[in-house]
Design a protein around this ligand. Sequence first.
Ligand code: ZN
Length: 179
Amino acid sequence: MRAGAGGAGPAQALRWPPMKARHCLQCGTLLAPFHDGERERLRCTSESCRWIFYGNPTPVVAALVEHEGHIVLVRNPGWPPKFYGLVTGFLEANETPEAGVLRELQEELGLEGEVASLIGVYSFEMRNEVIAAYHVRAHGTIVVGAELEDTKRVPPDKLRPWPGGTGLAVRDWLARRNG
Ligand SMILES: [Zn+2]
């Protein structure tokens, strides 16, 4: 993953624009606020361009990884202290969410796996992301990826959801499992 995808981040409300976009991606001219009749956008100030920055949410995939009877949680640098979350990452171009989540599983934990189910799709407004969360069954030996700080294995009975982000997927998975 690139730093910061999914699940955790500074606890602040999203402020428009969600990214520090200042310049047009088409021509490099400065962007300026513009109201399109529905909502505030950023628009290129070049009259011959007028490219609009929509700031659409970025798709993120998340894996609730089941491995040898445990759930594997990961810790990314920059996450809040002591916070462990799901394996997450941004989708690549021309990649299905299912392929993306298995690629992240391989990159972060060195494991092969199969998608067992789609847990749900969650809006993570704080980071302007939409998270597709999957239950993934994994096998092999864990090799912790270079981008991770740490991992931990939690028995499913000891797994507790956290508020927001991928925690909602954990909550829903546990509810279905226990229901
Ligand atoms: Zn432009």
